[in-house]
Structure formats: C-alpha cells, structure tokens
Write a protein that binds this ligand. Structure first.
Ligand SMILES: Nc1ncnc2c1ncn2[C@@H]1O[C@H](COP(=O)(O)OP(=O)(O)OP(=O)(O)O)[C@@H](O)[C@H]1O
Length: 200
C-alpha cells in the first residue's frame, strides 16, 4: 500500500495540499481526476520524490521500481521508436520492441526517427516506452491525451492487459476515460478528496 499521511504542500503563497491523506492499493489501477491546476501532477511528483512535501509523509515507495508516462513525450527525437523503447530496458529485444510497436499500429514507422512521427504516434511510443521499462509502479500523467477515439480505445485495452496486477496511478481529466481504464478513482478538488471505487 502506498500511503500519504497529513501532507502539506505549497508553492510560495499557493497551498496545493493541506492535511491531505490518501492510500493507493498495490497491484491495482487508480485513476486520479480533478480540475486543471488542482495538483494532480504535483501529487505524482511527490510520490516520485521529484517534489518534497512541506510536512507529512509518503510511505510504500521505498525499493519500488518506477516508470512514468510524462505529460510531455520526452522521447529521443533523433532515434527511432525501437531504440527509444530499448533505451529504458536493454533486456527488451529488438523483436519484442517491434512487436509492441506493431500492436499499437506503428508497423509502418518502425525505422523513422520519432521526430518525423505524428503527435499521436509519438504519444504511443512514449506509452510503450514506459511499459517497456521494468517497474513495480507505473505513473501516467494524461497518457491518452491527443489520441483519436478509436486509437485511444485500442491503446487503453493494450495498457490494461500489460499493466494487469501492477500498481498504476493514472491522471486524467476525462471521466469516460477513467471509466474505460477501470480500477479505483481518486477525485481531487477544492481541498477535499473523494476516494471511491467506480463501476469497472
Ligand atoms: N514547481 C512549481 N512552482 C510553482 N508552482 C507550481 C509548481 N508546480 C506546480 N505549481 C502550481 O501548483 C498548482 C498545481 O499544479 P499541477 O500541475 O499539479 O496541477 P494539475 O492538476 O496537474 O493541472 P493540469 O490538469 O492542468 O495538468 C498550479 O497552480 C501550478 O501552477
């Protein structure tokens, strides 16, 4: 169980979390929802150790391997999709990387530098890169943003299959997307949080 207890976090005068407590079940997916600016990315950053709390504690992360789909793609633009995937995990063979890319409709773009791919294609490469890494906990910050509806549902099915049994914390604005992903739902907003289990 990943646990946040009595967390306070401010940026200058702006308080983002005040006495915030929450827990995330291991081996399950939790979707984190809330309006823009409420602190979703900050929450991931606190769990990842990229931001430090002003007070309070985060536990359950020690020794856990983390992977992340960032809001921005953060790919190596001059390299092809296959080396981008293998960069985070050399144990993934070229053939396995190609299979992953093919599964998400990228068969025709296996040998192009990622800078020549469309936005939606680059998005799929960055999701696959996070899945290619060895991880216990996967963080995903609006991973499906910018994908058309058909591609999104294909990518969500693949994502669910690949992350089954893993701990996933996924930020989204979109309630329908959260429902499609399934799992638990944490709603952030206006200094309160509701933690519930939606229809899966
Ligand atoms: N490093 C920082 N320095 C100052 N303010 C910050 C910093 N990081 C985040 N903030 C502020 O904290 C608030 C929460 O930001 P955060 O990115 O966590 O929101 P969010 O819920 O993820 O938003 P969005 O849905 O738009 O991505 C915002 O007001 C933002 O400006």
């Amino acid at each position: 169980m990943i646990e946040i207890r009595h967390l306070d976090k401010s940026f200058g005068e702006k308080q983002i979390f005040r006495d915030f407590s929450c827990s995330f079940p291991e081996g399950e997916t939790t979707c984190i929802m809330g309006p823009s600016g409420c602190g979703k990315t900050t929450l991931l950053n606190l769990l990842l150790g990229l931001e430090q709390p002003d007070s309070g504690s985060v536990s359950g992360m020690a020794g856990k391997k983390r992977s992340m789909v960032f809001q921005e793609n953060r790919l190596v633009e001059g390299m092809g999709p296959v080396p981008n995937l293998r960069l985070v995990n050399p144990a993934v063979t070229r053939k396995e990387a190609e299979e992953m890319l093919r599964a998400l409709g990228l068969s025709d773009s296996l040998h192009q530098p990622v800078r020549t791919l469309s936005g939606g294609m680059r998005r799929r490469v960055s999701i696959l890169r996070a899945l290619a890494a060895e991880y216990d906990i996967l963080f995903a910050d609006e991973p499906f943003k910018g994908l058309d509806e058909k591609t999104k549902s294909q990518v969500i099915s693949y994502f669910q299959e690949k992350t089954r049994g893993k701990t996933v914390l996924l930020v989204t604005h979109d309630r329908e997307e959260a429902q499609a992903v399934g799992g638990f739902l944490l709603e952030l907003g206006n200094r309160h949080c509701v933690f519930s289990s939606p229809e899966v």
